[in-house]
Design a protein around this ligand. Structure first.
Ligand code: SF4
Ligand code: SF4
Ligand code: SF4
Length: 376
C-alpha cells in the first residue's frame, strides 16, 4: 500500500453503520436518546473507493478495522456479505469485526465469520441480562450459545449497571471462558463499560449501591496486584484478572506515554470518534459517533469542512479544566463527548470515580510498600 509522507490522517477504524434498527429493546440503549431518524440501508458504491483511499494512508503493515455496527448488525446480513466480498476483491488491508446481541446468529454466519477471521463481540451482561436486555445470548442449552461458542475470535462485552456489579460480571464471563477455552485453546476477549446515563435512562439501572461497587473493585484490584507479585493467574480467576488488567494498563499508559506523561491535555474526545475512527453510513454520510444519527458531513466533503463539523460538536475542550484535575482522569480520559453537562454531574462522573478510585488507591498503596521495603 502507498503511504502518504506528510499530514497522514491516520485513521485506524471505520464503523460501517448498517442501520439503526434493532431486534432488542435494551433498557440502557445509548442509541434510544441519540438516534432521531433511520439511516440509509443502500450501499453507495463510492464508499468502497473511500475505504480504499483510507487504506492508502495506513502505516506499513497496519490494517484498517472495519467494524460492522447497528442497531443490530445481523439484521443487515446481506450487506455485511456484500461489503466483505467487495473489500476482499479489492485486496484491501482490512480486518473485520462486529458487535452483536447474538439473537439472530446462524451456522452460516458462524462459518462466514470464521472463514473471514472476524472478531465478534457479543453484548451480554451476565446473570441478570434478562433484566437489562430481555434476552440471554448464552442461556444454557440455547442454540445461540452453541453457535456463538464456535466462533474463533469471540468476545463478550457487558454494561456495568445496578443489575450487573463487577464481581457478578466477572464470574459470568468466567463461566463463558470455561466453556470457550477448551474448544479454541485461547481465551475469550472480555470488555466491561460503565453504563452511560445520557439523562433519560430508567433510574433502576443507575440506582447503585456505591459502597458495594467501591468494595468490589477494591477487592478485585488487590487480588490482581497480588497475582502480579506472584506472577501467577489461576485459571478460575482469569476474568477477574482481565477486568483490572485493562484498567491498570490505562493507568500505566497515562503515566508512561512519551508525549505527556501524567498529564491530561485532550481537547478532542479520547475515543477518537470522528478523528482516528470514522463512522460511515452506507450512503457515504459521516457521523461524529456510531451511536447517533446526527450527521457531520459526507465522503464528498473537503476534509477540513468535515473536521470543522466534528470539532464544533466535540465538547471535550469545554471540560479540560475540570477533567485535568480529576483523580480518575487517567482511566476516564475526559469521558464521552455526547453526555450532556447535567447528566455528567448527576451520575456519570460519580460512577467513574467509584469504579476507578479503588484501583488507583491499590496501586498507590503497592507503590508505597515497595518504596518502604527498599528503604528509600
Ligand atoms: S442490542 Fe444494542 S442497539 Fe439493540 S437495543 Fe440493545 S443496546 Fe440498543
Ligand atoms: S470522571 Fe468526569 S471529571 Fe473525571 S475525567 Fe471523567 S468526565 Fe472528567
Ligand atoms: S462519542 Fe465515543 S465514548 Fe461517546 S458514545 Fe461515541 S464512541 Fe462512545
Amino acid at each position: 500500500m502507498l503511504n502518504s509522507k506528510f499530514l497522514n490522517r491516520n485513521v485506524n477504524t471505520i464503523f460501517i453503520m448498517l442501520g439503526n434498527e434493532c431486534n432488542l429493546n435494551c433498557k440502557y440503549c445509548l442509541q434510544h436518546p441519540l438516534v432521531e431518524h433511520p439511516i440509509s440501508h443502500e450501499i453507495n458504491p463510492d464508499i468502497y473507493d473511500f475505504i480504499e483511499e483510507v487504506c492508502t494512508e495506513l502505516s506499513d503493515g497496519n490494517k484498517l478495522t472495519l467494524q460492522f455496527f447497528g442497531g443490530e448488525p445481523l439484521l443487515f446480513w446481506d450487506n455485511i456479505k456484500k461489503i466483505v466480498v467487495e473489500t476482499k476483491k479489492r485486496k484491501l488491508p482490512v480486518e473485520y469485526s462486529l458487535m452483536t446481541n447474538g439473537r439472530l446468529i446462524t451456522q452460516e454466519m458462524v462459518d462466514f465469520f470464521n472463514k473471514h477471521e472476524f472478531w465478534v463481540c457479543v453484548s451480554w451482561d451476565g446473570f441478570n441480562v434478562k433484566q437489562t436486555r430481555g434476552f440471554d445470548a448464552f442461556a444454557p442449552g440455547s442454540k445461540q450459545r452453541k453457535l456463538l461458542l464456535q466462533i474463533e475470535h469471540l468476545g463478550v462485552s457487558a454494561v456495568l449497571s445496578s443489575y450487573a456489579y463487577p464481581i457478578n460480571i466477572c464470574d459470568a464471563f468466567q463461566m463463558i471462558e470455561n466453556a470457550y477455552f477448551p474448544i479454541h485453546n485461547h481465551h475469550l476477549y472480555m470488555n466491561v463499560d460503565e453504563i452511560m446515563d445520557t439523562g433519560g435512562i430508567p433510574q433502576d439501572l443507575t440506582n447503585f449501591d456505591y459502597d458495594r461497587l467501591y468494595k468490589e473493585v477494591a477487592l478485585l484490584a488487590n487480588e490482581y496486584l497480588e497475582e502480579r507479585k506472584n506472577g501467577d493467574v489461576p485459571a478460575d480467576k482469569y476474568a477477574r484478572n482481565v477486568y483490572i488488567h485493562d484498567r491498570y494498563s490505562r493507568l500505566r499508559w497515562f503515566y508512561t506515554n512519551k508525549e505527556n506523561p501524567g498529564e491530561y491535555t485532550n481537547i478532542t474526545c479520547c475515543c477518537g470518534n470522528g478523528y482516528t475512527t470514522y463512522n460511515l453510513g452506507l450512503d457515504g454520510t459521516l457521523y461524529p459517533c456510531h451511536n447517533t444519527s446526527e450527521k457531520a458531513g459526507s465522503i464528498y466533503d473537503s476534509y477540513i469542512d468535515y473536521l470543522n463539523n466534528i470539532i464544533k460538536t466535540d465538547t471535550t475542550k469545554e471540560r479540560i479544566s475540570v477533567c485535568k484535575n480529576c483523580p480518575v482522569v487517567a482511566f476516564c480520559c475526559g469521558g464521552c463527548k455526547l453526555i450532556p453537562k447535567d447528566a455528567r454531574e448527576k451520575t456519570y462522573c460519580k460512577l467513574k470515580k467509584t469504579v476507578f478510585m479503588p484501583i488507583l488507591e491499590a496501586v498507590q498503596e503497592m507503590g508505597r510498600e515497595l518504596v518502604e521495603n527498599n528503604g528509600c
